[in-house]
Write a protein that binds this ligand. Sequence first.
Ligand SMILES: Cc1cc2nc3c(=O)[nH]c(=O)nc-3n(C[C@H](O)[C@H](O)[C@H](O)COP(=O)(O)OP(=O)(O)OC[C@H]3O[C@@H](n4cnc5c(N)ncnc54)[C@H](O)[C@@H]3O)c2cc1C
Length: 394
Amino acid sequence: MSAMERADAVVIGGGVMGTSIAFNLARRRFGRLVLLEKGAICSGTSAKSSAIVRTHYTTPPTARMALLARGIFERFGEEVGGEAGFVRTGMLVVCGPAHREAVEETVRMNRQLGIETGFVSAGEACRLHPLLAIPEEAPVVFEPRSGFASPHDVAGSYARAFAGLGGLVRQQTAVSAIRIRAGRVEAVETNAGSIATGHVVIAAGPWAGPVGRLAGLDLPVMASRQSIVTLRPTAEYGSHYPVVIDLASEVYFRPETGGLILLGDTRHGEDRPGDPDRYEDRPAPGYAAELTERLSRRMPAAAEAGIAGGWSGMYEVTPDWNPIMGSSAEVQGLHYCVGFSGHGFKLAPVAGLLMAEQLADGRASTLDITPYRLERFGEGQPLRLGYPQAGVVA
Ligand SMILES: Cc1cc2nc3c(=O)[nH]c(=O)nc-3n(C[C@H](O)[C@H](O)[C@H](O)COP(=O)(O)OP(=O)(O)OC[C@H]3O[C@@H](n4cnc5c(N)ncnc54)[C@H](O)[C@@H]3O)c2cc1C
């Protein structure tokens, strides 16, 4: 019988999170590292992302993470190597009168954290985005350094940089068991054999629930279907238009490759658990028209746009729409970085760094990740959202 393969750490999941964690562990010289992905790199929810990179967040720790992560997107070539596809377009957040207080509080807090952000008048907003119709009294926030990036570039670049540092990437390799002995992680079993290891990091996106259960862990992450619509406007919609989050019409939109508009919903889609291995990958009939109607209240020209296509993906939703990051209190060597609730793409560069610190040093030091501990739900200490109707804005 051949000797069992050994690793110092095994990362489960090859989306933007898992690849970033693996790369950051390799950069820390954590030892022999294996990244396991049951499909291909960037084949899970990361592939379905709108990939908006913003710092407007209502929860202070998440705003901090977003600010650090945006810096990494801006310097991706030097810090990681390869492409991230980051396009800086700026971003407008258009609010209804009901959001005034919450949005003022968010902007104040964001500025205290050093985020470049502030209010602009409706007239200035329309100069930045001439197709918008915004009432004079609407509060509008502008973040000049936000934009969007490319999930395939990001996950691919992290995986390549990880391999370049000696890390082992195993695709088509599904973890079927996590073995624990005497309160410690001992090994993982896969369809391609077992790997003995003292550290396992669960970065399984919307599969967090079932993968957590392999280690007896109850991760409250609901896989929930959410759809995106793409529109073909009558005039090309290029990257000179900023990303827009419209809390009043409950839509968000950004330029998409090919002169299209990528249109998403700030309302939560299906509030019931779905199966990330089996779901309808197209928006439901009527959804595209309904979403476009909401968009055209803010951008009248959208009423003339044709529906180009769309897709559905799986959000990985926690009870407070914020991630779960940390290490198990019961099982030594068991770590998790999951539940990013439809807004984790932009956070992946810093989440990977923080998880590498957590494993290597026993605690994350660049930022405190204890607000994201799993135990917060049982303790009745969920994070508080500024815009509860738009959890995904978090
Ligand atoms: C429609 C939509 C729009 C979004 N828009 C944005 C946005 O604009 N901005 C933003 O920041 N975020 C956005 N997000 C959220 C963002 O895409 C996710 O938070 C992020 O991609 C999560 O990455 P991940 O690596 O944790 O998950 P995933 O990419 O799903 O990676 C997990 C991986 O684990 C693998 N896996 C699962 N089980 C096993 C197993 N047993 N063994 C081995 N491998 C396994 C899966 O195959 C998968 O590849 C959006 C999400 C959706 C669905």
